[in-house]
Design a protein around this ligand. Structure first.
Ligand SMILES: CC/C=C\CCC/C=C/C(=O)SCCNC(=O)CCNC(=O)[C@H](O)C(C)(C)COP(=O)(O)OP(=O)(O)OC[C@H]1O[C@@H](n2cnc3c(N)ncnc32)[C@H](O)[C@@H]1OP(=O)(O)O
Length: 299
């Protein structure tokens, strides 16, 4: 950690992860998120440019940024810290893993575990969605890889989505392909983005879209060459930042609050429903088959 803690770097928070803030080149302040115990094990990296107020949060949970409980918790804590940090005005969400934005929820968290584990996991999935969908600051998803199911959900919570123009990358809520069902708040997030008919077809078939098809249905807002995803996200953020903050924030909340409130009003019931659904033998069998299919695909 000594190499990171150079002159002018100060610790600005604590918890399961730490935020380090310090002066660096060009008079800017960068913020790096590292794990308190083992810096190299951190699953995200956050850089905050205090001259612009733009933070870039990179997911780095090998191999495929699958969203397990620890990873979800780490993302949530960092988002919370950035939301409280007055020098941060917006967050760009992107991936440090090649070719993958996020593989979605970690299937191993939903397979072969006990009900207590399923409940704790689902609570953390709810937390991340509540945090991101109700986030007061601007969020932009710089989607530089595939983004199935929970990965697509994370992207859908952003105020704007920019995807790399690579037909090998796909995005969508493919839950039915695994024999599982996207809950109502996944569905509502999709519905609010692409409209009723498209969401209906998309969810029933568990459709995955190439970037150009995702653009056609407004699942993403912009498709750009891969090497321009981050710079375009920064440019777009600058446009959002030009709008008076309080007016933008209230407008965002007005659009999203009913959906957020709906989950808030029934969190425990939603967890119970998830635990009962995922514990079913038939669902466990489907997930087991899907995991085997993923392994077979490699050989
Ligand atoms: C009432 C409500 C009930 C239920 C609601 C539940 C909602 C669920 C939401 C979800 O998000 S479910 C997860 C859906 N995700 C997927 O379907 C993605 C599956 N993965 C892929 O399609 C591909 O792996 C890929 C992400 C496109 C990457 O492909 P690539 O060829 O680059 O890698 P590879 O397939 O070899 O995978 C590497 C490694 O990672 C494992 N893996 C992949 N995805 C997941 C995952 N989501 N969870 C856990 N593990 C995953 C894969 O098996 C490989 O493992 P190995 O190295 O041990 O073989």
């Amino acid at each position: 950690m000594a190499a990171v803690l150079r002159r002018g770097v100060k610790l600005i928070s604590s918890g399961s992860s730490q935020l380090l803030s310090g002066g660096c080149k060009h008079g800017r302040t960068s913020t790096l998120c590292i794990s308190s115990s083992r810096p190299s094990s951190s699953k995200i990296n956050v850089e905050l440019d205090s001259s612009t107020g733009i933070a870039v949060m990179r997911f780095q949970n090998p191999l495929v940024n699958s969203l397990n409980l620890d990873f979800l918790t780490e993302i949530c804590i960092s988002l919370e810290k950035l939301e409280l940090d007055k020098s941060c005005r917006g967050v760009i969400l992107t991936s440090a893993q090649p070719k993958i934005f996020s593989a979605g929820l970690d299937i191993l968290e939903m397979y072969g575990k006990n009900p207590e584990h399923y409940a704790a996991f689902w609570k953390s999935v709810q937390e991340i969605w509540l945090k991101l969908y109700g986030y007061s600051k601007i969020t932009i998803a710089a989607i530089n890889g595939s983004s199935p199911a929970g990965g697509c959900l994370i992207a859908l919570t952003a105020d704007y989505r920019i995807m790399a123009d690579n037909p090998r990358y796909t995005i969508g809520l493919n839950e039915t392909q695994l024999g599982i069902v996207a809950p109502f708040w996944f569905k509502d997030t999709m519905l609010n983005t692409v409209g009723h008919r498209t969401a209906e077809l998309s969810l029933q078939f568990g459709l995955m879209y190439t970037p150009s098809d995702a653009l056609k249905i407004n699942l993403v807002d912009l498709v750009v060459p891969e090497e321009q995803v981050l710079s375009t996200a920064t440019e777009t953020m600058t446009k959002f930042l030009a709008i008076p903050g309080h007016a933008r924030e209230i407008s965002k909340s007005m659009m999203r609050k009913p959906v957020v409130d709906r989950l808030l009003s029934c969190r425990d019931a939603d967890i119970k429903n998830f635990v009962s659904f995922i514990s079913k033998d038939s669902i466990q069998k489907s997930l087991g088959q899907y995991l085997s299919m993923l392994k077979q695909k490699k050989s």
